[in-house]
Design a protein around this ligand. Sequence first.
Ligand code: AMP
Length: 589
Amino acid sequence: MPGLCQFEVTTCSSEETINEFEALTRDAGRVQQDTLKKILEANADAEYLARFGLDGRTDAESYKSRVPLCVHSDVEPFIQRVAHGDSSSVITRKPITALSLSSGTTQGKPKFLPFNEELIENTLQVFRTSYAFRNREYTTGKGKALQFFYCSKQISTDGGVIATTATTNLYRSPRYREGMKGIRSQGCSPDEVIFGPDFHQSLYCHLLCGLIYSDEVRFVSSTFAHSLVQAFQTLEDVWEDLCADIREGVLSEKVTVPSIRQAVSRILKPNPQLADWIYNKCVRLSCWYGVIPALWPKAKYVYGIMTGSMEPYLKKLRHYAGHLPLISADYGASEGYVGCNIDPTVPPEQVTYAVLPNTGYYEFIPLEKSTGGEMENSASIHYIESGPVGLTEVEVGKIYEVVLTTFAGLYRYRLGDVVKIAGFHNSTPQLQFICRRSLVLSINVDKNTEKDLQFAVEEASKLLEGEKLGIVDFTSCVDTSSDPGRYVIYWELSSGTRDEVLSSCANALDLAFVDEGYNGSRKNKTIAPLELRILNKGTFKEILVHFLGLGGSVSQFKTPRFVNPSNSKVLQILNKNVTQSYFSTAYGL
Ligand code: AMP
């Protein structure tokens, strides 16, 4: 029976979970109607909804005709009232008592979003479902998981409401922790490491605890792939210290936070044999290829969100993972969950997310590309949009923007993500994540998205392959300080290389933006030659630390692929770290 497991997560078997998923998705249209009814009945007299005169109606037609689509700025004044301590029914009948801070990496300003018990249940349902499918292919049995999870600080708003990142809200919830016990293997690290105030120390201790339990680890994971790459890059630098700690049974003095020291010291015992084993494995690796299966021989896969803005990290992650499969984790946001990965055997580049029709009410705004993007890989877009359609009305092969109605008080909320319908599982669609909808690079008639930038960087980075170096991370901005303006692409590289190579990269980047608006403007010189700026090593770490200072968490960090001029702090960090700069000559000088 659909929903049977909802409140009994810990007791559901994988088979029951899969059966529940099949039943829900076979009847996705009806489940959506019921879900909308539940949300509207529960919140009919919340102030945000009551304004639209639904007068008890809970059908999709009335809902869509009366309640307008909205974006974050439309709901912000209501959420601010919640933050200021208004405990009346502002957006939901039951007052919202916790807020999530979403990353807001592009604007450089985190946004508040409502968080409640229903979001926890939805998250558990999505995790339980994808785990059931994963477990069917790669049975992990009893064992541990090496999880690079980090929580951010909790703040109390002036109205006394707890606010922190959504992942922290989840980890801190007893209900979530209880529910997760039945879903995933236990992590290696004690809570004090996950909740530690200094992410460098937490990361070091995650690695250390993972090595202590090396023989028991069944999979390695993080929320986003970025944290996985960051973890193994750190391992390359600190492996000898880790070996020394294990050999002596004494935690490095670098770890100074008392709570972390105490908790880790409890599980760290002198183990020279293990230290030798780790040492020998590490020295035999060639450029750290396959370090994950070498040090965690019983691990069956590597897990984390690997699509969208995480795709650029796949190459490096594959290198560390060796023969182990990479499995992309589910698709969700601080606003609510969207879909889960039910086919773990599919490589991340082709992964799709099946929507669970009882986790919210989903609509999709059809988007049509009007120009540019001739090449299959590019998402160059001037989108023309039409009226939103329901979950079961989407068409395979078409692209849409996702609209959410959640149990936590967001009604017809434009999530800003663009997805493509890859197919259906029973009657629920399977979404392929394309990109964030917001434009990144635009000076005049040109329009390029995160995906276009990613494509250009991939094209240009092919020139680095022969040089045996890689792009650690990248971002961009438009420089309009002179007329005409130009695109600026920032690269941090794993090591230095010849000027000729980087000059060719600047040309390759310039030519790889296939948007007609850009090409035309470059040809008629209304956009100046693209500039490639090379950064000092460690620049992106500095940007990460800056975001953590704003209340972000490593677990939810996404490198901003475009830096707004308003985000002066990040631009400052980038520009003070520029070591070389190359201008494209691709369209002549
Ligand atoms: P936040 O709420 O700050 O954690 O960010 C949520 C956003 O992360 C979503 O709106 C997506 O743009 C992105 N995201 C989350 N999950 C995925 C996924 N599986 N694939 C690609 N992008 C994702």
